[in-house]
Design a protein around this ligand. Structure first.
Ligand code: PGA
Length: 252
């Protein structure tokens, strides 16, 4: 049994003070539901991590960054290193999110170097992969996703199955309200799991695989019920306490 990971992705939303008030309320509400069946993560803007980390207390919430530099330190204006995220209080980091690939031209080789950087600093990378609508319509979805996966993980060494997680996020489902069917998501994640067996034979069965792309309280139960969906990467529905709590409740 893999403990599901319910991971919010706030993207570039909420100011640091709004985030702090939100988290205080959220932690208070969490105590009212039974959450012990899931791990809870918020991937927040880097500017928020240090102050949010201070108010986590004994709560089960963990924090992650949304991106990191491939470099460890130096003259890279505007960049944020893995050690900075770690020191601020993050334990996870998203790598290769489709918005980074689309708006910042990140390719699979750079994503690979960022995964290595995350591991050097003991951060758990959540590698995001997914095909565009036209790639799916042309029947290339699996081929595209496997190329992203293999290049990003090339040469990466994992000691434990929790050293990395993979999020399958079809680009056409992100922020569109158009979710992949649970069957289609399961199909892709089982292909991913099989491929991971070649890369990490002893760990693949337990590496957490997430689905992302318009997950919400209405569809989360069906998605999270699938064998190879061990959690969700949730954008829009992670911004409201109620919808995130409802998704956490559905993860059993
Ligand atoms: P969404 O975003 O849930 O708003 O579709 C998911 C993501 O981009 O990680």
């Amino acid at each position: 049994m893999i403990t599901p990971l319910i991971a919010g992705n706030w993207k570039m939303q909420k100011s640091p003070s709004e985030a702090l008030a939100w988290l205080e309320g959220f932690i208070g509400d969490l105590t009212k539901i039974n959450y012990s069946h899931a791990d809870i993560l918020l991937n927040v803007p880097a500017t928020h991590i240090a102050s949010l980390a201070k108010c986590l207390g004994e709560s089960p919430v963990t924090l992650g960054g949304q991106d990191l530099s491939e470099h460890d330190e130096g003259a890279f204006t505007g960049e944020i290193s893995g050690s900075m995220l770690r020191d601020a209080g993050a334990t996870f980091v998203l790598v290769g999110h489709s918005e980074r690939r689309q708006y910042h031209h990140e390719n699979d080789e750079l994503v690979n170097r960022k995964i290595q950087a995350a591991r050097r600093h003991d951060l758990v990378p959540i590698l995001c992969v997914g095909e565009t609508k036209s790639q799916r319509d042309e029947g290339h979805a699996i081929q595209v996703v496997l190329k992203q996966l293999r290049t990003a993980l090339n040469g990466v060494e994992l000691r434990h199955h929790d050293d990395c997680a993979i999020a399958y996020e079809p680009v056409w489902a992100i922020g569109t309200g158009q979710t992949a069917t649970a069957t289609d998501a399961q199909e892709m994640l089982s292909v991913i799991r099989n491929d991971l067996k070649g890369l990490f034979p002893d760990l693949a069965d337990k590496i957490r695989l997430l689905y992302g792309g318009s997950m919400n309280p209405e569809n989360s139960h069906e998605l999270l019920d699938m064998d190879d969906i061990n959690g969700g990467l949730i954008g829009g529905s992670s911004l409201e306490q109620e919808s995130l709590l409802a998704i956490i409740r559905s993860a059993r």
